[in-house]
Write a protein that binds this ligand. Structure first.
Ligand SMILES: [Fe+2]
Length: 144
């Protein structure tokens, strides 16, 4: 059954950092877009590939923003967090491979996996990073 609200954003996923939160919201909308495109144009590889390219581009730029923030705050868990980003990128690339092998069903499974991955990642990893950054800024202000 077609689930039109599969990638619906919830404020439960807010980290408290406006930039990161807006990017996460946009990522959800791009995941939804890929899902919609597969539902509507399941047979048209090119349209699906284009939507995956858009998802991949934005995901990479979002992760770069987070990684920049981690380096700026000398985030101790940087390597671990970054590895998780790389995993998501490889999943999107895997979707592109599946599409080129004409398997849109497997692709929707990956989309579902990515949604769960995103929610867990935001709640566990990104929230930790945003809190550390906020604490560091507070300490900076009180000591300066
Ligand atoms: Fe992250």
């Amino acid at each position: 059954m077609y689930d039109c609200e599969l990638f619906q954003w919830s404020d439960d996923y807010l980290t408290g950092n406006d930039v990161i939160d807006k990017e996460h919201q946009y990522l959800f909308s791009l995941l939804q877009k890929v899902f919609d495109v597969i539902s509507q144009f399941g047979g048209d590889q090119q349209i699906i590939m284009d939507s995956l390219d858009t998802l991949l581009d934005f995901t990479e730029s979002h992760f770069r923003d987070e990684e920049l923030m981690m380096r700026y705050y000398h985030y101790a868990d940087y390597e671990n967090h970054r590895e998780k980003h790389d995993l998501m990128i490889s999943q999107v690339e895997e979707m592109q491979k599946q599409i080129s092998e004409t398997d849109p069903i497997r692709t929707t499974e990956i989309l579902r996996f990515l949604k769960i991955w995103m929610i867990n990642h935001i709640l566990k990893e990104d929230t930790k990073l945003v809190q550390l950054a906020a604490n560091a800024d507070t300490n900076q202000q009180s000591s300066g």
